[in-house]
Ligand binder design. Structure first.
Ligand code: NAP
Length: 487
C-alpha cells in the first residue's frame, strides 16, 4: 500500500475543515488533503436534515467574513440554504478537488524520526502529513440516553441527527425525548400531523422570540447594490452576540434583562398556569444554551401534545414508562438527546511523542493551548477544539480565527522542513488556568449541560468575547513552542 504524502491533512469537511482549507489556499498553500468520512461536505449541516432544521444565529453573521451571501432567503436560514452555501463557498475557493470522500480516519501517530503524522483510514489507506488538523467538530456524534430497554422498542425510532425521512409520522403516536435546540425546531413541525405527541422534558428551556423574517427581493437588491448594508446588519448581530457572550461569562448582572424577555415570551404563548410552571426553568439563565423560537411554546399547548416532566425509567417494546409508573404508548420514538460533545476527536486513536495517547492525556477532559495545540502532540492543530465553543454568537467567527492561526503554523512548517512545533507545557498550563478561572465565574458552572464533563470541568466553552479570541490567535508566537527536528 502506498502512502500519500502531503503538507497538511485536514479531517472533516464541515464548516471548520472548509474554513481551514480555504485559508490554506488563500495563503498559496495547495499541498493539502481533506478527509471526509461521508460522501458529501457540510458536517452538521449535511447531517441534521430534521424538519425545521436551521440556524438560530442570523445568517449575515453565520457566514464567512470573506464570502458574504447577499441572497440569503431569510434572516435565520434553514439547513438546506446553509448546506448549499458551504458547498458553494468550498467550490468557489477551489477546495473541492482537495477532499477525499468516504475516508474515515481511525488513527494518527506522530513519527519523531520523520517529523510527520502517519494517518490511517478505515479502508486501510495511509497518509503522511507534516501538519495534522482534525476539524471534526463538537457535535458530530449523536448521543443516546442510557435508559433501560432502549433496544427493545418495537416501533420506529431514530435520532434527530439521523432523521428517518421514510418513517410515517402522520396520524402516529410519537414520543420525543429531549427539548434542546434541535427538538424545539422539529416538535412544531411534526405536531400538526401527529395523533398524539408526547414530549419528555428533563429540563425546561429559556426561550427567546426569534426575530425572523424573509429577505424580500428588495432587501436582496439593496444588499447587492450596497453590500455595506449587509455589513452593517452583520455588525449589529455581532455586537449583540458579543454583549450576550459577555453577559453569560462576566456581566451576570445583565441576565435579568434576558430573563424578563423569556418570561414575557412564555406568558404570551402559554396561558395555562400549570403548563407554564412546567415550562419554567429552575436553573440560571444561559447555563444551558438559550433557545430562540416562536413556534415551540405554541406547539406544546396544542390538544394533541402532552408535556411529561417525570423521569423516564424505561423504554418498552410499546413506548416509554415514567417514574410515576405511567406507560406512554408510542409508535415512533425520536431522540432529540444531543451529541457526545465532550469526547473530542473520538473515536480516532491519536498518539504523539513517545507513543503517548491523547485519550490518556485528556483523561480529566480535553484541553489545549488556545483550544488548538496540545503539549506532546507536535504539529497537531485542532479546529473547534476544547474551550472554543460559544454560549452565544457565530462559531464561524471562531473557526476563521483558528484557521488563520493554523495557516500561520503550516506556513512555518513548510518553510522549515523536518522541524516540528510542540507547544510548551507551561504555555498550555497558563492558558488553561486562565480559561478555567474565568469559566468558574461564568454561568456555565451552575448546572449540568453538554458544556461540562463529569468532573465539573467546562470543556466546551470559551469564556470571553470572540474579538478577544481573534486577537489572541492573531499569529503563532514561537516563544510558546519547543522546536524539534526529525531524527
Ligand atoms: P442538547 O441541547 O444537548 O439537548 C438534548 C436534550 O435531550 C436536552 O433537553 C436533554 O435534557 C435531553 N436529554 C438528554 N438525555 C436525556 C435523558 N436521559 N432523559 C431525558 N432527557 C434527556 O442537544 P440538541 O438539541 O441536539 O442541541 C445540541 C447543540 O447543537 C446545541 O446546544 C447547539 O449548539 C447545536 N444546535 C444549534 C442549532 C441552531 O439553531 N444553531 C440547532 C440545533 C442544534 P437536559 O437539558 O436535562 O440535559
Amino acid at each position: 500500500m502506498t502512502t500519500t504524502r502531503t503538507t497538511a491533512l485536514i479531517v472533516g469537511a464541515g464548516f471548520g475543515g472548509i474554513a481551514m482549507a480555504i485559508e490554506l489556499r488563500r495563503a498559496g498553500i495547495h499541498d493539502f488533503v481533506v478527509l471526509e468520512k461521508a460522501d458529501d461536505l457540510g458536517g452538521v449541516w449535511r447531517e441534521n436534515t430534521y424538519p425545521g432544521s436551521g440556524c438560530d444565529v442570523p445568517s449575515p453573521l453565520y457566514s464567512f467574513s470573506y464570502a458574504r451571501n447577499l441572497t440569503w432567503p431569510r434572516r435565520y436560514a434553514g439547513q438546506r440554504d446553509i448546506h448549499a452555501y458551504v458547498a458553494r463557498t468550498a467550490r468557489r475557493f477551489g477546495v473541492l478537488s482537495h477532499i477525499r470522500f468516504g475516508q474515515e480516519v481511525t488513527s494518527a501517530e506522530f513519527d519523531e524520526s520523520t517529523a510527520e503524522w502517519l494517518v490511517r483510514t478505515t479502508d486501510g489507506t495511509e497518509f503522511s502529513a507534516r501538519a495534522f488538523i482534525p476539524a471534526t467538530g463538537q457535535l458530530s456524534r449523536p448521543a443516546f440516553p442510557s435508559i433501560p430497554g432502549l433496544e427493545s422498542f418495537g416501533g420506529t425510532s431514530f435520532h434527530s441527527a439521523e432523521w428517518d425521512h421514510d418513517a410515517e409520522l402522520e396520524g402516529k403516536r410519537i414520543a420525543v425525548i429531549g427539548t434542546g435546540a434541535s427538538a424545539i425546531q422539529f416538535v412544531p413541525e411534526i405536531q400538526p400531523g401527529a395523533r398524539r405527541l408526547t414530549v419528555f422534558q428533563r429540563s425546561a428551556q429559556y426561550i427567546l422570540p426569534k426575530r425572523d423574517h424573509a429577505y424580500k427581493p428588495w432587501h436582496q437588491k439593496a444588499f447587492r447594490a450596497l453590500p455595506i448594508l449587509q455589513t452593517l446588519d452583520r455588525l449589529g448581530f455581532w455586537l449583540y452576540a458579543e454583549f450576550a457572550q459577555q453577559c453569560l461569562s462576566k456581566w451576570r448582572f445583565f441576565t435579568p434583562l434576558f430573563q424578563r424577555q423569556t418570561s414575557r415570551h412564555l406568558r404570551e404563548k402559554v396561558t395555562d398556569p400549570g403548563l407554564r410552571y412546567r415550562l419554567t426553568p429552575d436553573y440560571a439563565l444561559g447555563c444551558k444554551r438559550v433557545l430562540f423560537s416562536n413556534d415551540y411554546l405554541p406547539a406544546v399547548t396544542k390538544s394533541n401534545v402532552d408535556l411529561m416532566t417525570d423521569e423516564i425509567t424505561e423504554v418498552t417494546p410499546k413506548g416509554v414508562r415514567t417514574a410515576d409508573g405511567t406507560h406512554h404508548d408510542a409508535d415512533v420514538l425520536i431522540y432529540g438527546t444531543g451529541f457526545a460533545a465532550l469526547d473530542l476527536l473520538a473515536p480516532m486513536k491519536i498518539h504523539g511523542l513517545d507513543g503517548r495517547g491523547l485519550e490518556q492525556t485528556w483523561s480529566e477532559g480535553a484541553r489545549a493551548h488556545l483550544g488548538i495545540t496540545v503539549p506532546g502532540f507536535p504539529n497537531l492543530f485542532l479546529i473547534y477544539g476544547p474551550n472554543t465553543n460559544l454560549g452565544g454568537g457565530s462559531i464561524i467567527y471562531m473557526l476563521e480565527s483558528q484557521a488563520r492561526y493554523v495557516r500561520d503554523a503550516v506556513r512555518i512548517l513548510a518553510e522549515h522542513p523536518r522541524r516540528w512545533l510542540d507547544v510548551r507545557p507551561a504555555a498550555e498550563r497558563d492558558w488553561d488556568v486562565e480559561v478555567q478561572t474565568r469559566l468558574a465565574r461564568s454561568v456555565w458552572t451552575r448546572c449540568d449541560s453538554w458544556y461540562r464533563n463529569e468532573h465539573g470541568r467546562v470543556v466546551a466553552n470559551w469564556p470571553g468575547r470572540t474579538h478577544e479570541y481573534r486577537r489572541r490567535t492573531r499569529r503563532v508566537d514561537l516563544a510558546d513552542f519547543r522546536v524539534g527536528a526529525a531524527g
